[in-house]
Design a protein around this ligand. Structure first.
Ligand SMILES: NC(=O)c1ccc[n+]([C@@H]2O[C@H](COP(=O)([O-])OP(=O)(O)OC[C@H]3O[C@@H](n4cnc5c(N)ncnc54)[C@H](OP(=O)(O)O)[C@@H]3O)[C@@H](O)[C@H]2O)c1
Length: 318
C-alpha cells in the first residue's frame, strides 16, 4: 500500500516507517525539523517537509503523494517542558491534534484516500470511577484537571473527527523505548516521585509494539477506536520502582499528595494517584496483534539494560 506518514521522524514514526517498509509498503514520510530528511530517507521512505498547521501545504503534499492511506503521528513534544501546566506544554500538540487532523482529513478526502489512522492517547483519559482498567467504550473523564482541559479536548476532537470520517484512532499508552524517551531522565535523577499511595494506574507501550499495532490497523476497516497498550496496566507504586531499577537509578522518593499538588499541580496528583488504565483486549482480538513486550516489566529491562550495562546515561536505540 502507498502510505503517507505525517510525523515520520518522531518517536513512533521511526519504528513505524521501518516496519511499513519491511512489510513491503511504499512510504512517503513527512518531517518538520530541517535536517530530518536524511533520517526519513534512511528508513526507506520518501521524505517530505511539511507543517501540518499550513492547510494549503497539507493539501499540496497529499495531492502530490496520492497515497492510499494516511497515518497521522505528528506531535510537538520533543522540546516540551512539563511544569505545572500540561496544556501549556501540549499547546502546539493540541493544535496538531485539532487543526492538523482537520487539514489532513480534508486533504485525504480530496485525494481519495481509503484509510486514515491517527495517534490518540489512552492513559489518564478515562473517568476516574469504577474498576482500574477501562475499555474503549468507557466514559472519558468528564472533569479532567484544569491544567489539562485543552489537552483532553484536543484528544477528543481527534478521536471524533477521525472516526466520523471512517478512520481509526489509536489510543496509545505511554511510550517507552524511543531514543529520546522523556521519562528516563527525570526518573534517573530521582525527580519523579511516588505521590501518595501511588495508586493511580498507568498503561504503557513499547514504541515497537505500538508501531506493530499501527501497521495491522492499516488492514482494518474503520471507524474504530483501539487502546494500544500493554497487558499490564499498573499502579505507579509498582511501575516506577521497577523503572528506576531498570535504569540503574536509586528508588523513587515518596511525597504526600498535598506537597505534590503544591509543587507539580493537580494534573500530577490525578495521574499518580487517581487515574485508570486501559485494556488492550479489543486491539488484540480485532487486529490480531501480539506484543513483543506484553508487560512493561520485561519491556523496561530490555529497553534500558544496554545503556545501563554500558554505564551510559544515553538511551539505547528503539
Ligand atoms: N503516547 C505517548 O506517550 C507519546 C506520544 C508522543 C510523544 N511522546 C514522547 O514525547 C517525546 C517526543 O516525541 P517525538 O520524538 O515523537 O517528537 P515530537 O516533537 O513530538 O515530533 C513527532 C513528529 O511530529 C513532527 N512534527 C512536529 N511538529 C510538526 C508540525 N507542525 N507539522 C508536522 N509535523 C510536525 C515531528 O517532525 P520533526 O521530528 O522533523 O520535528 C516528528 O516527526 C518522546 O519522549 C516521546 O516518547 C509520547
Amino acid at each position: 500500500m502507498r502510505v503517507f506518514v505525517a510525523g515520520a521522524s518522531g518517536a513512533i514514526g521511526i519504528p513505524l516507517v521501518s516496519q511499513l517498509v519491511e512489510q513491503g509498503h511504499e512510504v512517503i514520510g513527512s518531517y518538520r525539523s530541517p535536517g530530518n530528511a536524511d533520517r526519513v530517507r534512511a528508513l526507506g521512505a520518501q521524505p517530505v517537509p511539511l507543517d501540518l498547521l499550513d492547510p494549503g501545504a497539507v493539501r499540496t503534499a497529499m495531492l502530490d503523494a496520492e497515497p492510499e492511506a494516511v497515518i497521522h503521528q505528528a506531535t510537538a513534544l520533543a522540546n516540551a517542558r512539563f511544569f505545572r501546566n500540561l496544556d501549556r506544554a501540549f499547546a502546539q500538540t493540541n493544535r496538531l491534534r485539532i487543526e492538523g487532523t482537520d487539514a489532513l482529513l480534508a486533504a485525504a478526502r480530496e485525494a481519495g484516500v481509503r484509510r486514515f489512522i491517527a495517534q490518540s492517547f489512552a492513559s489518564y483519559r478515562y473517568a476516574r470511577e469504577g474498576g482500574p482498567v477501562k475499555t474503549e467504550d468507557a466514559p472519558l473523564d468528564p472533569d479532567p484537571p484544569a491544567s489539562a482541559r485543552q489537552t483532553n479536548i484536543a484528544m477528543s476532537h481527534l478521536d471524533q473527527a477521525v472516526t466520523a470520517a471512517g478512520g481509526i484512532a489509536l489510543r496509545y499508552g505511554g511510550f517507552y523505548g524511543a531514543p529520546n524517551d522523556g521519562l528516563a531522565g527525570p526518573v534517573r535523577k530521582r525527580q519523579y516521585p511516588i505521590v501518595g499511595d501511588g495508586g493511580g494506574i498507568s498503561s504503557f507501550i513499547h514504541v515497537g509494539d505500538a508501531a506493530a499495532a499501527t501497521v495491522l490497523a492499516l488492514g482494518h476497516d474503520g471507524p474504530a477506536i483501539y487502546n494500544v497498550t500493554d497487558d499490564e496496566p499498573a499502579p505507579m507504586s509498582e511501575w516506577l520502582p521497577a523503572l528506576a531499577e531498570a535504569l540503574g537509578a536509586k528508588p523513587p522518593r515518596h511525597v504526600p499528595r498535598w506537597l505534590a499538588r503544591l509543587i507539580a499541580g493537580d494534573g500530577m496528583v490525578v495521574m499518580a494517584a487517581e487515574s485508570r488504565g486501559a485494556s488492550n483486549a479489543k486491539a488484540k482480538a480485532e487486529l490480531g496483534w501480539t506484543l513483543r513486550y506484553p508487560s512493561w516489566r520485561e519491556g523496561f529491562a530490555a529497553a534500558y539494560a544496554p545503556a545501563v550495562a554500558a554505564g551510559s546515561p544515553s538511551h539505547p536505540p528503539a
